[in-house]
Design a protein around this ligand. Structure first.
Ligand code: NAD
Length: 361
């Protein structure tokens, strides 16, 4: 069996970490046919769009994609390709496991949390009104007429939208995930005390859905308290379900708890398509330096193998990565503790070391 997968190298450190992960995936013995597809700033310069239609068509056809990070200009310029992909393909569920592997220099040794982030709604839906535009003024007038509240004329506006349908399907996804992976608890996080009609709706639906899963414990936390508790006692959390923005922020927080972004994999899932990518971005300052940690991308590859039904190969790959970590000799700069005295390895050397371990198994 040959799996046909859309491969998007991305930019910044993307091409280096995807190449390293592609090599280890192939070393598991599973056969892939990679359909290369390009998106991002360079594509924008050449083709006038950062996300050409053929990329979406390739993913729709193959139903599985393996994607490196893509840079989004900050404050201005084109909108995020990552957000556009998730919206256009309705990849509504983002799964981000954060687990401590023995040997990783990190704050805790026993964290095993899975973040389930809603991926299509909330403040990330991209409905924004630029300061000083007639559209911003029209919205401000509507708010004044209907609510009696004033919006300052020098404001930029972003709409936060949380729907009943969107909340129901992501919370159901989280509970189904918990059941399928024998996890005990789902924690919903929100700010429903302040945003009663958006986060409040999310919480009300979460409570409703939780009743359908009496075998899985349910609790909720205000997101500010959640952040504090995650830092102080992360072991109390199991599966965490969150609207888009909080899910994004908490994912990086949890990555920090288990050793950093270089170890945090992810998957974006719709009812029939899955796009696997690490939590981290394109870390532009490390571009082309053979410096970035490819393990988050490799672990995203292990998630992809499981999705394809290749659980044994996924286990072998994860174990090979864990072996390289525990040895501590061939790890990148971000995973070095000072005690070993061995210099940090490069991205491609980590791939060589993981392939070596796969051969030994
Ligand atoms: P980032 O995740 O790229 O990097 C933050 C820091 O984390 C880096 O400076 C580096 O110190 C560390 N880091 C990240 N990945 C690493 C790795 N594999 N190995 C070692 N260290 C690593 O976040 P940022 O700097 O906020 O964003 C850079 C760009 O990436 C932005 O344009 C942003 O929009 C984009 N981004 C893309 C995605 C995606 O493609 N899904 C996700 C997040 C950010």
């Amino acid at each position: 069996m040959v799996y046909r997968v859309t491969l998007i190298p991305g930019d910044g450190i993307g091409p280096e970490v995807t190449e390293a992960a592609k090599r280890v995936l192939e070393a598991t013995g599973i056969a892939f046919q990679w359909d290369l597809a390009y998106a991002g700033a360079e594509v924008m310069d050449k083709e006038g769009t950062p996300l050409p239609d053929y990329v979406l068509e390739s993913i729709r056809k193959n139903r599985v994609a393996f994607k490196g990070p893509i840079t989004t200009p900050i404050g201005s310029g084109f909108r995020s390709v990552n957000v556009a992909l998730r919206k256009k393909l309705d990849l509504y569920a983002c799964i981000r496991p954060c687990k401590t592997y023995p040997g990783v220099p990190s704050l805790y040794k026993d964290v095993d949390i899975v973040i389930v982030r809603e991926n299509t709604e909330d403040l990330y839906a991209g409905i924004e009104f630029e300061k000083g535009t007639p559209e911003a003024a029209a919205l401000a007038r509507l708010v004044a007429e209907t609510m009696g509240s004033t919006i300052r004329t020098d404001s930029g506006l972003s709409l936060k939208m949380i729907s009943e349908m969107g909340s129901r399907r992501i919370v159901k996804f989280a509970f189904e995930y918990a059941r399928a992976h024998r996890r005990k608890k789902v924690t919903a996080t929100h700010k429903a005390n302040i945003m009663k009609f958006s986060d409040g709706l999310f919480l009300a639906i979460a409570r409703e859905v939780a009743k359908e899963y009496p075998d899985v414990e349910f609790e909720d936390r205000l997101v500010d308290n959640m952040c504090m508790q995650l830092v102080k006692r992360p072991q109390q959390f199991d599966v965490v379900v969150a609207p888009n923005l909080y899910g994004d922020i908490i994912s990086d927080l949890c990555a920090g708890l288990v050793g950093g972004l270089g170890l945090a994999p992810g998957a974006n899932i719709s009812d029939d398509i899955a796009v696997f990518e690490p939590t981290h971005g394109s870390a532009p300052k490390y571009t082309g330096q053979n410096k970035a940690n490819p393990m988050a991308m490799m672990l995203s590859g292990a998630m992809m193998l499981r999705h394809l039904g290749e659980a044994k190969a996924a286990d072998r790959l994860e174990k090979a990565i864990a072996d390289v970590i525990v040895e501590g000799r061939t790890v990148t700069y971000d995973m070095k503790s000072d005690i070993t005295g061995v210099p940090a390895a490069g991205t491609s050397q980590v791939a060589d070391a993981v392939i070596e371990k796969l051969r030994e198994r």
